[in-house]
Design a protein around this ligand. Structure first.
Ligand SMILES: [Fe+2]
Ligand SMILES: [Fe+2]
Length: 190
């Protein structure tokens, strides 16, 4: 497999994604992916870059999400491993590529969850992820009116496929996001 460096991945992301919030989302997913790679004894850079690029086409081609990204990644000669993972995050939504590898399953599960955590941090007095507790996330997870765009079902399904419980997935996703708190704009005032 031919790996894409973090530097090249970031360059490509920046070429197609100018919106700060979307870049931060990509960085948050990267951070969570790298953390999960570490706890799984897998390649942090590979998992991280997969996270970074998963929404590559979203800013420019929201209606062709996943499909345009595939085109772009193919033009760039990016390895199939990245392409398959990117497509599988849209399983049941915009693709029929089922998450199969551990990396794909994690991406599928944490994508929306990082969105929920981000929304929650931004409304906290500290505006920070650094002191965020699992139970606060659980509470907002159950409150369907909060960050209503976050698909809870996808996250629950993902946890099942991963064989991890929701608390554990939330805990590790927070840990990953903490590591990049500054870059993702969630250091807050702490
Ligand atoms: Fe997406
Ligand atoms: Fe995403």
């Amino acid at each position: 497999m031919e790996k894409l460096s973090r530097e090249k991945g970031w360059e490509l992301l920046c070429e197609y994604t100018k919106t700060p919030a979307l870049r931060k989302h990509a960085l948050a997913v990267e951070a969570a992916m790298a953390h999960f790679a570490r706890i799984n004894g897998e390649d942090e850079e590979l998992w991280g870059v997969v996270g970074l690029l998963h929404d590559l086409d979203y800013e420019k081609y929201p209606d062709e999400h996943c499909h345009k990204a595939e085109e772009i990644m193919r033009e760039q000669g990016i390895d199939e491993v990245y392409i398959r993972a990117m497509k599988s995050h849209g399983y049941g939504i915009c693709t029929d590529v089922k998450p199969e590898s551990q990396m794909e399953k994690v991406l599928f599960t944490i994508d929306e969850l990082t969105g929920l955590i981000n929304a929650l941090c931004l409304m906290r007095p500290s505006k920070s992820v650094l002191d965020l507790e699992v139970k606060s996330v659980k509470k907002k997870f159950k409150d369907k009116s909060f960050a209503a765009g976050v698909n809870r079902e996808v996250i629950i399904n993902g946890c099942e496929v991963l064989g991890m419980d929701l608390d554990e997935v939330i805990r590790e996703t927070i840990e990953g996001m903490k590591e990049k708190a500054e870059e993702i704009g969630l250091k807050g005032t702490l």
